[in-house]
Write a protein that binds this ligand. Structure first.
Ligand code: FES
Length: 580
């Protein structure tokens, strides 16, 4: 921890707009004053943006305007001027073709809005899956003081005496309908019971994982990740966040001070301990790319290898985010890592203290929810990165969500050329498949889908489900919802639509997966792979125009975080050209 506070008072960036008597200064101030802002609010105090992903089309973030009011209270209390603004909000549940296609669009929106406006610092209001990494990416590229506050998870789903986890219950019930264990009427009845309150998915899905990543990275106040959206303490957290950003601006505590390599290593280990989403791999790679930290898939494998998963939450375990909060939340997990020598104790956080100081003397209030290390769900909780001739640049699997008996398996490939092919044939009883086969799906990567949809956890064929089989090995270049589970190999890179070896797998080819040895092997000679690749034709046409064209031309592989090639790196806050 080498951070040295800036001196205060000093002239802030916002004063370039507001701090003078020229025509332009009057212009900037006067128009702002049409909102009824008193003159003394432009006296050189920190101007704080509240970057809000509120949207009724992003239901997980639909309560963020209310929460922003609490942030404003905090900013005013600490002597700052809050100015709330909207950015494109990529909502997970409705956006087509997939919210992931718009993560980078949101990140661009955030970056440009922060740089172009008279802001000295920013509070990032996030929640739903893609909103968190997008705002972190944009803020990292501008590198003004920034702090995140998440919207918090929904209350636990409750239905007929059962606890329903967001997403996880949906996938399970859908399979039960197919196997005949649940009827459609009951499935529909459970719909409202799954989503009982404002907030993000209540499982340890991508939203909860990313909220935990933000806290482990040191970019949110300690304890932020798990507080339920409707708990009064979520509002308190928002208010304290508002107070804190003002001091961060005075100290000039920036993302580049916090988002060090050690911070990312802490986050990767934390993801193993919480049984976090595979999506965190992509998002952390992208955030690291924005701040100049050379993070790789190998780091994920190396750092996560010996991390036990101690958080007993769905989809890997049994409980939900509400239970996690009542047990003590993420600080208890960080303490466990710290005690095990798996956390860089001196990593700086938004508090201005080290992460160890933030954690303090926390207590675990429920050892079934946050397990002691000796009773971990699995001792190998990290994301495993597989490599081989089927994934030269790597693929990932989440061992804690997979079936132990399938972690080493050789099977006959049953190939789907894309998601439409899968949907068209999966329910056909004539499909030549049994539980020993390996289901392969192509063309669902960043360029192929486009946007790399969460379709990698392909539902099993009904004729296999009816035998009582719950899991099969599945391989694709897609992602998987953080709420999903199964022996699912994802993010196979290079993707099929960019000519990766996945593109030439055929029905009947034998594939070997060996998680312990990190191996993903297509049982063909190199000559045969090259012969097939020489005849390969890209299945995806280049979009003629629009954002889809930009995305197609510039999105990078999953192994690099699927950011745009021209957006990696930090560009700072200097305005390229001032027009006034
Ligand atoms: Fe928004 Fe899960 S769909 S957090």
């Amino acid at each position: 921890m080498t951070f040295k506070k800036a001196t205060w008072p000093r002239k802030l960036r916002s004063q370039e707009w507001f701090g003078g008597t020229s025509r332009d200064h009057i212009y900037h101030r006067s128009w702002m004053k049409n909102q009824g802002l008193p003159a003394d609010l432009f006296d050189g105090r920190p101007v704080i943006g509240i970057c809000n992903t509120w949207s009724e089309l992003t239901p997980c973030n639909a309560h963020l305007r209310d929460l922003a009011q609490r942030v404003k209270h905090g900013i005013y209390e600490a002597g700052g001027l809050p100015l709330e603004f909207p950015v494109f909000s990529p909502g997970e549940s409705s956006l087509r073709p997939t919210a992931m296609m718009y993560r980078n669009l949101c990140a661009m929106d955030v970056e440009e809005a922060l740089r172009a406006n008279p802001l000295d610092g920013v509070v990032l209001m996030v929640g739903c899956d893609k909103t968190t990494p997008a705002l972190m990416m944009g803020a990292a590229s501008v590198d003004i003081p920034a702090i995140a506050v998440t919207g918090g998870p929904m209350l636990s789903g409750q239905w007929r005496g059962q606890t329903l986890g967001s997403g996880t219950a949906l996938w399970q019930m859908s399979e039960m309908v197919k196997s005949g264990e649940l009827n459609q009427t009951d499935f529909l009845d459970a719909e409202q019971a799954m989503s009982r309150s404002p907030g993000s998915c209540n499982t340890m899905g991508t939203a909860s994982s990313m909220a935990s990543m933000v806290e482990a990275l040191g970019m949110a106040l300690s304890g932020n990740a798990a507080i339920p959206a409707v708990d009064s303490r979520r509002r308190v957290m928002a208010q304290l966040t508002g107070r804190r950003i003002v001091d961060m601006v005075k100290d000039d505590l920036k993302p580049s001070d916090i988002l060090t390599r050690n911070a990312f290593e802490n986050a990767i280990r934390t993801n193993g301990a919480i049984g976090g989403s595979t999506n965190a791999v992509i998002h952390l790679l992208a955030i690291a790319g924005r701040i100049g930290v050379d993070l790789t898939l190998e780091d994920w494998d190396r750092l996560g290898r010996d991390i036990p998963t101690i958080v007993n939450l769905m989809p890997s375990g049994q409980h939900l985010m509400e239970d996690f909060y009542y047990a003590g939340g993420l600080p208890v997990v960080l303490k466990s890592l710290l005690d095990g020598g798996k956390l860089h104790a001196d990593a700086l956080t938004v508090s201005g203290q080290s992460i160890a100081e933030d954690i303090g003397d926390v207590q675990n209030w429920n050892e079934d929810v946050i397990r002691p290390v000796e009773q971990a769900l699995t001792q190998q909780g990290g994301i495993a990165v597989l490599k081989g001739n089927l994934a030269p640049n790597g693929a990932v699997i989440k061992p804690s969500a997979a079936s132990p008996h399938l972690m080493q398996h050789t099977g006959r490939a049953v190939v789907f050329e894309d998601i439409d092919d899968y949907k068209a044939r999966i329910n056909d009883d004539a499909l030549d498949v049994d539980e020993t086969c390996i289901m392969v799906m192509k063309n669902c990567g960043p360029r192929g889908y486009p946007g790399m949809a969460e379709v990698g956890n392909m539902g099993l064929p009904p004729k296999v489900l009816k035998k009582g089989i719950k899991d099969m090995v599945r391989i694709s270049d897609a992602r998987m919802s953080g709420t999903a589970y199964g022996t699912v190999v994802l993010h196979t890179s290079p993707e099929a639509a960019m000519g990766g070896p996945l593109a030439i797998v055929q029905n009947g080819d034998m594939i070997e997966i060996d998680v312990a040895n990190r191996r993903l092997h297509l049982d063909l000679s190199q000559e045969e792979i090259e012969r097939r690749l020489s005849g390969w034709v890209a299945p995806v046409g280049r979009p003629v125009s629009g954002y889809a064209r930009l995305f197609h031309d510039h999105v990078e592989g999953a192994d690099k975080g699927a950011d745009f090639d021209f957006l990696t790196g930090s560009r700072g806050h200097a305005v390229p050209r001032d027009s006034h």
